[in-house]
Design a protein around this ligand. Structure first.
Ligand code: GLA
Length: 712
C-alpha cells in the first residue's frame, strides 16, 4: 500500500514500512525502513547544533539543520553531507557539487518495464514516482518504488536537460539513524563462488567493487543487511540485489553520530556517463525484508524472484535433466562419439544432450577460434544439422555451448574486425584465457552476434543454449563508445541480444555461465532461468556453493550436475548417491561420459534420475530451508508451499571414530500435521520442535541421506 499525506510517503508491504518525507527545504528524507509502523517517523530525528556541521544557505543562521546528519534518500557531494555519496555528477563548469530538490510525485498502478533493462514483472503493480530536480543543471532524478509482498523494488532514472552533465557515480543509498548492523556478503573465487561472510558495519567504509564488466566470482552483487543479533531463525534482515550483470559498487559505513549508510549500484571507477537532453536508467534494486531471520528472508525473496523475475515462458524443456559432455570429453570428440553419449544419456533418462566447447572452427583447445561460429566438419564428420537430427531422432533434445561475447586473436572474425574487440589503440591487449572481449556497446557487433545465433539455432534445431563468458573486461576502450560509457552500454548490448532471442525463440532455453558462477545475478536470471553454478563439480565443495547461493537465489536457478570420480577439480572420490543428492539441490544434470559407466552405475543413475523427476516440482517451487550448515555436516529441506511434502537431504563430511550425532529441527513443516517418513508416522510438532536425528551410519566419508516426507 502506498499512502501520501501532505509531504509524507508511507509504503507498506506485508511485513514492512518504508517511509520518506519532503522537508521544508524540499529535501527527500529517508525516515524509516523496518517492521510495519503507523505514524510519522520523523519524530526520531533530532535537530541539534553539532559543532562543525555545515548548514545550507537557505537554513539561514539555524545551525541545527545539516546534511551532515540527516537521513537522505539521495546523497550527493558538496552539500555538507560528508558521508560517502550515492550520486556524483559533474556540472558543465566541472564542479561536482549538486543538490536535488523535490519537484513532484505521482502514484499509479501499472507495469514499470524499463526499456533495455531487466525489470520485475508485476501486473498492475502499485508504484510511487518521485521527481527531484537539481538546482544548477536542472537535471532530474526520477525515483520509482514498487511494493509487493515483503519486497520493495527501487528504480532511478537521471534525465539531463540542455545543460551537459557527467554522471560519475550512481548508487542507491539507505540511511539508518540508529542501530548496529552487520552486512552479509557472498565472496569467493573461480571454483568457490558465493561463500557467506559477515562483517560489522563500522566507521570507515567497507566497500566491494567489481570493476570487471561483470558480476564476478569474487563478490556477488547481492548483500544482506541485518541487526547485529540476527541469526538464521531470528531477527531483522533485508536483502539488496541488483538486477544487473555488470560492474558494481557496494559500501557500508557508520558516521561520527552512529548513523549507518549503505550504498549499492552499478558501475566502478571506469564509469562516467555524459548526458545532455538524454537520460540513463539505473538497474532496479530488489529489497526484501524479514523480521524472522535469514531463512525466512531467503524464502520471501526467492519466492519473489520465482514469481516476478525469473523468466517463465520456458519451452517444453521445463527443468530438463541434461547431460553435458564437457567433463566427459573436453575438446576431444567426434560426431560419432557425441552420438553414442547422447544415446546413453537418453537411456539413462536425460531429456537433453548439450554439446559443450570445441565443436566449431579449429577449436581443439582454448587458444583459438572464438568468433568463428561454424561447425568443424572435419572433427564432427558431419554438419550441425545432421548431428542435431541424429541426436534428436534418439528422442533427446539437443543444445549447444556458445561464448558469443568473445573473440580469439586467432580467428577469421578478429582478422576482419580487430576494431570489434575491446582494446586500447596503441597498446597490445590484455588477454584472459587467451581471448579478448568483443565490444557489445557497438551495434554492429550486436547485430553480428544475433545473426550467427539465428543461424546456429535454426540449423542446429536448438532447444537449449549454454551461454558462456570466460574472461572479464580489462581494456575499457571502444572504437565507437566513449570509455566511461562502456560498462553500461556493454551490458545493454548483452541484454538486447537476450531480449531478441527470448522473443524470437520462446522455445529456446538459455543457461547462463561464466567459468561456472562468475556472472550469477538477477540480471541474468531474468533472461536465463538457470545458470551453471560453478566449475567445481565436487559434491562436498559444491554444498558450500549451493548453501551460500541459496541465501539470495532460488535453487531452481542452480545448474547442478553429477560428475565422475575422482572429481576433476578436487580429485576427491565421493559415493554416487552423495553426488546425486547434492545435484538434486538445483536443476539436475550429468557431467560425465555415460559410455564409461558400469552397469551398476548406470542402473543407479537411472534410478536417481527417476527420483529427481518425482521431486522436481517440489525442488523448483517449494521453499528451501538450510537446516544444518557446518564443517561437519550439511542438511537442507525443500518444503512444498502447502507443507504437505518435503525432501530432506543431508551429507556428513568426514567420518569420525566415536562420532557425534547430527540432529535437525524440520523448520517449514506444519506442526499440526502428521508426516510419514520411512514408513513411520511422526507428528509435525515433534519434527519441528524436538527435531529429527539424522540416521547416518558413519560407515564411510561423505555419507548422504535423502528422506521423502509426506503428510498423512
Ligand atoms: C567454462 C565453463 C565450463 C565449460 C568451459 C568450456 O569454464 O564454465 O562448464 O563450458 O568453459 O570451455
Amino acid at each position: 500500500m502506498i499512502k501520501v499525506e501532505n509531504n509524507l510517503f508511507t509504503l507498506t508491504g506485508d511485513n514492512f514500512t518504508y517511509q520518506m518525507k519532503v522537508d521544508s527545504f524540499g529535501r527527500l528524507l529517508h525516515l524509516y525502513h523496518g517492521p510495519k509502523i503507523i505514524g510519522d517517523a520523523s519524530s526520531i530525528i533530532s535537530y541539534r547544533d553539532r559543532g562543525f556541521s555545515a548548514s545550507p544557505y537557505e537554513a539561514g543562521f539555524d545551525r541545527t539543520y545539516s546534511y551532515d546528519y540527516l537521513p537522505l534518500e539521495i546523497s550527493t557531494l558538496g552539500e555538507g553531507d560528508f558521508r560517502t555519496p550515492g550520486i556524483i555528477i559533474s556540472q558543465e563548469d566541472g564542479t561536482t557539487s549538486s543538490a536535488f530538490i523535490y519537484k513532484e510525485h505521482r502514484v499509479y498502478n501499472g507495469s514499470n518495464k524499463i526499456k533495455g533493462l531487466p525489470s520485475v514483472v508485476i501486473e498492475d503493480a502499485e508504484c510511487l514516482e518521485i521527481t527531484l530536480e537539481e538546482e544548477l543543471s536542472k537535471a532530474k532524478i526520477i525515483l520509482t518504488y514498487i511494493i509487493k509482498d515483503s519486497s520493495l523494488v527501487r528504480g532511478l532514472e537521471i534525465v539531463a536537460g540542455d545543460k551537459k552533465i557527467k554522471l560519475k557515480k550512481a548508487l542507491y543509498t539507505f540511511d539508518y539513524l540508529y542501530g548496529s548492523f552487520d552486512v552479509t556478503y557472498f565472496e569467493g573465487r573461480h571454483c568457490s563462488e558465493r561463500t557467506r561472510k559477515r562483517a560489522t558495519i563500522n566507521t570507515g567504509a567497507l566497500t566491494f567493487t567489481s570493476r570487471k564488466g561483470a558480476t564476478s566470482h569474487q563478490i556477488n552483487n547481492g548483500f544482506i543487511i541485518c541487526d547485529s543479533n540476527t541469526t538464521e531463525l531470528f531477527g531483522s534482515a533485508l536483502s539488496l540485489e541488483l538486477l544487473w550483470s555488470g560492474s558494481f559498487t557496494f559500501f557500508a559505513e557508520k558516521n561520527q553520530y552512529g548513523s549507518t549508510r549503505v550504498g549499492l549500484g552499478m558501475g566502478s571507477e571506469f564509469f562516467e556517463y555524459e548526458l545532455q537532453n538524454s537520460s540513463i536508467a539505473l538497474p532496479e534494486l530488489l529489497i526484501t525484508f524479514s523480521s524472522n531471520g535469514f531463512s525466512d528472508l531467503s524464502i520471501k525473496n526467492n519466492r519473489f524472484i520465482m514469481s516476478h523475475i525469473r523468466r517463465k515462458n520456458l519451452s517444453k524443456l521445463n527443468n530438463p535433466v541434461l547431460l553435458n559432455n564437457w567433463e566427459a570429453t573436453y575438446f576431444d570428440f567426434t560426431g560419432e562419439k557425441l552420438l553414442s553419449i547422447a544415446k546413453e544419456a537418453k537411456a539413462l533418462g536425460c531429456d537433453l544432450f548439450v554439446l559443450d566447447d570445441g565443436w566449431f572452427s579449429n577449436r581443439n583447445d582454448d587458444l583459438s577460434s572464438l568468433g568463428d561460429w561454424f561447425e568443424n566438419k572435419d572433427k564432427l564428420k558431419m554438419d550441425l544439422n545432421t548431428l542435431s537430427s541424429l541426436i534428436t531422432k534418439e528422442g533427446i533434445a539437443f543444445g549447444l555451448w556458445v561464448e558469443p561475447e568473445m573473440v580469439s586473436e586467432n580467428s577469421i572474425l578478429f582478422k576482419n574486425h580487430p576494431e570489434w574487440a575491446l582494446m586500447l589503440k596503441n597498446k597490445k591487449p590484455v588477454r584472459g584465457r587467451y581471448q579478448l572481449v568483443l565490444d557489445l556497446s557497438n551495434k554492429d557487433v550486436v547485430a553480428y552476434i544475433k545473426s550467427f545465433l539465428d543461424d546456429l539455432i535454426t540449423r542446429g534445431k536448438l532447444s537449449y543454449m549454454k551461454w558462456d563468458y570466460n574472461r572479464f573486461i580489462t581494456d575499457f576502450f571502444s572504437s565507437v563508445t566513449p570509455a566511461g560509457k562502456i560498462e553500461y552500454d556493454y551490458i545493454l548490448g548483452l541484454y538486447s541480444i537476450f531480449e531478441y532471442l527470448n522473443e524470437k525463440y520462446p522455445h529456446l532455453m538459455i543457461e547462463g555461465c561464466s567459468g561456472g558462477g562468475g556472472r550469477f545475478d538477477l540480471g541474468l536470471i531474468y533472461y536465463t532461468p538457470q545458470s551453471w553454478l560453478s566449475d567445481n563439480t565436487d559434491a562436498i565443495e559444491r554444498l558450500d556453493i549451493e548453501f551460500g547461493s541459496s541465501y539470495l537465489y532460488p535453487i531452481a536457478t542452480f545448474g547442478s550436475h553429477v560428475s565422475a570420480v575422482p572429481n576433476h577439480q578436487t580429485h576427491r572420490v565421493t559415493p554416487l548417491f552423495t553426488r546425486s543428492c547434492v545435484a538434486m539441490l538445483g536443476s539436475y544434470g550429468l557431467e560425465l561420459d555415460p559410455t564409461k559407466l558400469s552397469e551398476e552405475e548406470k542402473n543407479e543413475i537411472k534410478f536417481e534420475i527417476k527420483e529427481y523427476k518425482k521431486y522436481a516440482s517440489l525442488i523448483k517451487d517449494g521453499d528451501f530451508y538450510r537446516l544444518l550448515d557446518s564443517n561437519e555436516a550439511s542438511s537442507a529441506l525443500c518444503v512444498s508451499r502447502d507443507k504437505s511434502k518435503a525432501l530432506l537431504i543431508a551429507v556428513n563430511r568426514l567420518s569420525h571414530g566415536n562420532p557425534v550425532d547430527h540432529h535437525v529441527k524440520l523448520k517449514g513443516l506444519d506442526e499440526n500435521k502428521n508426516y510419514l517418513i520411512n514408513g513411520k508416522v511422526i507428528p509435525g510438532s515433534l519434527l519441528v520442535n524436538a527435531g529429527l536425528l539424522l540416521p547416518f551410519t558413519f560407515s564411510n566419508d561423505y555419507e548422504a541421506i535423502r528422506l521423502y516426507i509426506e503428510e498423512v
